[in-house]
Design a binder for this molecule. Structure first.
Ligand SMILES: Cc1cc2nc3c(=O)[nH]c(=O)nc-3n(C[C@H](O)[C@H](O)[C@H](O)COP(=O)(O)OP(=O)(O)OC[C@H]3O[C@@H](n4cnc5c(N)ncnc54)[C@H](O)[C@@H]3O)c2cc1C
Length: 424
């Protein structure tokens, strides 16, 4: 990229913001346009299910500050509808075409919907945005009946904890045998005890069999034959990448946007991807492309994507982080490092940390209220999972490419010369 170029960033979340900052830090002096379908500038999304939904902070308190003068054009409340990588154009509503020299895709994920749930009933909600949290707060104020959260993963557990912090009755419904089971039996046991201590209802190993809708409540008939009543149901059963707008663009969007190890999108020039939407092979672990849905990864991948876009495809470096994440549930802190999901076995490491092993090798760690031990194990993971030696991709060489035979009467257009110089 050079000055005078335009870089478009689609997605005004943390990854969009941090990639724009990195462009400016690197001295990019051209135009930056940030397109976001929410009406707000980027904010601290993890607070949505914690301090914001409980009313401990106001929407204005969750705004993210920029570290540098961004000098960006914000197109908020605007949804990108299509991408044409050949013409290098992002389509916006109203037939507007936004051309780019470089594109950063940072559209994140959207909550997964539950088959069979009454999708359009306003009492069935998801929790992802500031608006979701505020309208949920209003609904909770309007009725003192209990709430149910379906899904016993991170957001489900956080929301259940927030409800109990507000003194509201809540039941957590999940099909795993214990909440947060994917972080190992010790974390699952600790979170179960904590929910029980705070008198949150737990309906594990169960799913909703029937939804019974009445005027002021839902009855949820569960597969464990229990009936739970709720004035409001929050669905927290995971997310799907927000990549619908890329349909027909030629990019592989089977689970997020498929990228090379450098975060360059497969099959498109000058397009990089950051945050929850990127599926890339983290060579620290192996060559399988995967997505990571955590805050620190969104920040780090945003910076790496911006650096690689500036460097260009042939000088770009693989993005090889050691993923780290946290969650706060009641007054407790859950931490993870590495890739626990790759573990085939768990092992008790010292100081109450759970290790995750793949073919006998430590690939992840998780802990409940063990911040110091977690620091040590994160460093240990870094040591045990070294970043493989990086060999830059050779730039296409003019000597090895079959170039057209030149004769004096051949007149090349600028575009053709460019193609010859780039060896394509
Ligand atoms: C409630 C909640 C709590 C969380 N808590 C934690 C936590 O405690 N710890 C942790 O590590 N992680 C947590 N996460 C995950 C973390 O917030 C995400 O990993 C992070 O926000 C990802 O950043 P992103 O910029 O990739 O995506 P997002 O933050 O989702 O931003 C993407 C933006 O792009 C917009 N967009 C989508 N499609 C389009 C389009 N076509 N055109 C224009 N704009 C578009 C979206 O509306 C959104 O504003 C939490 C997530 C949620 C929802």
């Amino acid at each position: 990229m050079s000055d005078g170029d335009r870089i478009v960033i689609v997605g005004a979340g943390v990854a969009g913001l941090r990639s724009a900052e990195r462009l400016r830090e690197l001295g990019f002096d051209g135009e930056i346009v940030i397109v976001g379908d929410e009406r707000r500038k980027p904010y601290h999304r993890p607070m949505v299910s914690k301090q914001l939904v409980t009313g401990q902070v106001r929407p204005i308190d969750v705004d993210l500050k920029s570290y540098v003068d961004l000098d960006a054009h914000w197109r908020l409340g605007t949804r990108a509808t299509h991408l044409d990588t050949k013409q290098r154009v992002v389509h916006l509503p109203g037939k507007e075409d936004l051309w780019y020299d470089g594109l950063i895709i940072a559209t994140g994920v959207v909550p997964r919907h539950l088959a069979g749930a009454p999708r359009h009933d306003p009492r069935v909600r998801v929790l992802r945005t500031v608006e979701d949290a505020m309208s949920l707060r209003r609904a909770l104020t309007a009725s003192s009946k209990p709430a149910v959260v379906i899904g016993s993963g991170l957001i489900g557990c956080e929301f259940a904890a927030s409800m109990r912090t507000l003194g509201r009755d809540v039941t957590l419904v999940g099909h795993a045998k214990a909440p947060l089971y994917r972080f190992g039996p010790r974390v699952a046991e600790a979170v179960t005890e904590t929910h029980e201590k705070h008198r949150a209802g737990l309906a594990m190993n169960s799913e909703v069999r029937h939804w019974i809708s009445t005027k002021d409540a839902f009855g949820l008939h569960l597969t464990n034959n229990k009936l739970v009543v709720a004035s409001c149901v929050v669905l927290a059963i995971g997310s799907v990448p927000a990549v619908d707008w890329l349909r027909g663009s030629g990019l592989d969007i089977s689970d997020g946007v498929l990228c090379e190890a450098t975060l360059f999108a497969e099959g498109a020039d000058d397009v990089v991807v950051a945050g929850d939407a990127a599926r890339w092979p983290n060579l620290r672990f192996d060559e399988t492309p995967r997505r990571v849905e955590h805050w620190i990864n969104a920040v780090e991948s945003a910076r790496a994507a911006a650096e690689n876009l500036m460097a260009g495809r042939h000088l770009a470096k693989p993005f090889t982080p050691l993923p780290r994440a946290w969650s706060s549930i009641y007054e407790h802190r859950l931490q993870m490092a590495g890739m626990p999901a790759l573990g085939e076995d768990t092992v008790r490491l010292d100081d109450g940390v759970t290790g995750f092993l793949r073919s006998g090798q430590l690939v992840g760690a998780a802990s409940w209220d063990k911040p110091r031990a977690m620091l040590r194990w994160t460093a240990e993971l870094e040591r045990r999972l070294p970043v493989p030696e990086y060999t830059p991709q050779p730039a296409p060489s003019l000597e090895t490419e079959a170039l057209p035979a030149l004769s004096e009467d051949m007149v090349f257009s600028d575009e053709e010369w460019l193609r010859v110089e780039q060896g394509v």
